[in-house]
Design a protein around this ligand. Structure first.
Ligand SMILES: Cc1ncc(COP(=O)(O)O)c(C=O)c1O
Length: 407
C-alpha cells in the first residue's frame, strides 16, 4: 500500500512545473502556500488570451463567458464544502474576510456593548486582531478559552466562559501551529442556535473533507492559494440567512438593487458582499485547481496519502525526541501533515532557517502569526515543515538529513 502511494506521488510531482525547473527544490512550506500545477498555470494564460472581460452586465460573449467561469468556480467550491453556490463570497485574504465579517456583525447590531466574543489562544492573528480592534470602540469583551493538558479545548473552562453574553464564537478548524484537527461539531452541539459561529478553515479545507451541513457553522473562511489556486483569493461561506440579514460593510453599484436620492435598497445575494470588481482571474484559477483536485485525487485521496505520510513523519520525529520538541503530539491521529517544532538548546532560529534554505529546503520559522499560543507555551519561535500532495519520501529524507546535522 505504501509503495503504491509513493510511486503515485512521484507522478503528482511531475504535474508541477516548478519541480522540473528546479529539480533540487524541496518545497515544505505548503501551509504558507502551495505550488501551482501546470493545469492551473496554462488555464490562466488560456483564459486571459481567449475569454477574459469584466463580468456583470456585459452584453457580449466575452463578458458572458468570463462570468460563467467566475460563477462555475463558486459551484465547484460549493460542491466541495456542501453548501449553496449563492452562499460563497470572494474576498482578498482571511484577515480581510474576518474584518469585514466582524464589522458587518457590529453594523447589524449582532454584537454590542458588554456582549462577549469567545476565541481560543491558538488562533492566527487574523482571527484575533479584528475583534480586538472593534472591542476597543464598541466595548464588547473578548475571552480566550484555555486548553487542557492534551491541547484540546478545556471543557470546564469552556462551560465557565460560555454564557448568555456570548454572541460570537470564532475558532480555527486546524491550528496553524499544532496542526490538530478540532472537533468542531462537538463545539457546535454545545452552543445555542443564536450564537454566530465562525470557523477558520484556512488550514483544514485543503486537507480534509469539510461539510457545512455537518459542522453547522454560520461562516467558514477558506483560502485558494493553499490549495493550488492563486494568492489574493479568499473565500467565505456565509449562511443565506446572514447574507440576507447582515448589513454589508461596503456599498458598491453591484450591492444595491435600487438607489434614489432619498434611500437605497440592497441585493439579497452573495453579490451584495462583493463590493468591488472581483478578482475574476484568480477565481477562475480556483475553478481549475478544484477541477484538478477532483480529476486527480479528490480531497479524500489527499487525506489517504496524508495519513501514511503523517505516520511516517511522526515516527521519524519520535526517534529524535530528545533533541526535537514537537509542538503537540507524536501521535498520528487527528492531525494534518504539518509539524511545528523547536530544537532543544537552539535559541537562534535564523541559524536553522539559514541551513535549510542554503540546502534548498523550504521551511518556515518564527511564530506563524500566533503569538498568544507561542507565549502560552513559553517559546518565542518554532520551525514548521508542511507537506502537500507532491512531496515525496525523498523530500522528507532530505529534510531529516539536514535536521540531523543541526542536531
Ligand atoms: C489558520 C490561518 N488563518 C488565517 C491565515 C491568514 O492568511 P492570510 O495571511 O492569507 O490572510 C492563515 C495563514 O497561514 C492561517 O494559517
Amino acid at each position: 500500500m505504501i509503495k503504491l502511494i509513493w510511486k503515485k506521488d512521484n507522478q503528482w510531482k511531475k504535474l508541477f512545473p516548478v519541480f522540473s525547473r528546479r529539480p533540487e527544490l524541496v518545497y515544505l512550506d505548503n501551509a504558507a502556500s502551495t505550488q501551482k500545477p501546470k493545469t492551473v498555470i496554462d488555464w490562466i494564460s488560456d483564459f486571459l488570451e481567449n475569454d477574459y472581460a469584466n463580468i456583470h452586465r456585459g452584453l457580449y460573449s466575452l463578458s458572458e463567458k468570463s462570468e460563467e467561469l467566475y460563477y462555475q468556480s463558486k459551484y465547484k467550491l460549493a460542491e466541495l464544502i456542501n453548501c449553496k453556490p449563492s452562499e460563497i463570497i470572494y474576498s482578498y485574504n482571511s484577515t480581510y474576510c474576518i474584518n469585514l465579517l466582524a464589522q458587518a456583525l457590529v453594523n447589524s447590531w449582532r454584537l454590542w456593548k458588554w456582549d462577549k466574543v469567545l476565541l481560543w489562544n491558538r488562533e492566527h492573528h487574523s482571527n484575533i486582531l479584528p475583534w480586538q480592534t472593534l472591542s476597543k470602540i464598541f466595548w464588547f469583551k473578548i475571552e480566550f478559552i484555555n486548553e487542557d493538558k492534551n491541547y484540546n479545548i478545556d471543557r470546564k473552562d469552556f462551560d465557565k466562559k460560555f454564557d448568555k453574553k456570548v454572541k460570537i464564537i470564532s475558532l480555527s478548524h486546524v491550528s496553524n501551529v499544532t496542526w490538530q484537527i478540532m472537533e468542531i461539531e462537538k463545539i457546535r452541539n454545545k452552543i445555542w442556535e443564536d450564537v454566530f459561529f465562525i470557523v477558520d478553515g484556512s488550514q483544514s479545507v485543503p486537507h480534509i473533507p469539510v461539510d457545512i451541513e455537518q459542522i453547522q457553522c454560520d461562516s467558514l473562511i477558506m483560502t485558494g492559494h493553499k490549495m493550488m489556486a492563486c494568492t489574493w483569493l479568499w473565500m467565505m461561506y456565509l449562511k443565506y440567512e446572514w447574507i440576507k440579514n447582515l448589513n454589508p460593510l461596503i456599498l458598491w453599484w453591484w450591492t444595491v438593487k435600487d438607489v434614489s436620492i432619498d434611500d437605497f435598497s440592497l441585493q439579497n445575494n452573495a453579490d451584495k458582499r462583493e463590493a468591488w470588481t472581483p478578482n475574476i482571474v484568480w477565481a477562475v484559477s480556483l475553478l481549475k485547481a478544484l477541477e484538478t483536485i477532483e480529476q486527480l485525487w479528490w480531497i479524500e485521496k489527499i487525506q489517504e496519502h496524508e495519513k501514511i505520510l503523517i505516520k511516517q513523519l511522526c515516527e521519524w520525529f519520535q526517534k529524535r525526541k530528545n533533541e526535537i520538541n514537537l509542538i503537540w503530539s507524536y501521535e498520528s491521529d487527528n492531525r494534518i501533515w504539518t509539524f511545528s517544532f523547536t530544537v532543544s538548546n537552539e535559541k537562534n532560529f535564523n541559524k536553522i532557517w539559514d541551513i535549510f534554505g542554503k540546502n534548498n529546503i523550504c521551511i518556515r520559522t518564527w511564530w506563524h502569526c500566533a503569538y498568544p499560543l507561542h507565549k502560552s507555551l513559553n517559546i518565542w519561535w518554532s520551525a514548521r515543515v508542511s507537506t502537500y500532495i507532491y512531496n515525496t519520501k525523498k523530500d522528507i529524507e532530505k529534510f531529516f538529513n539536514i535536521l540531523d546535522k543541526i542536531i
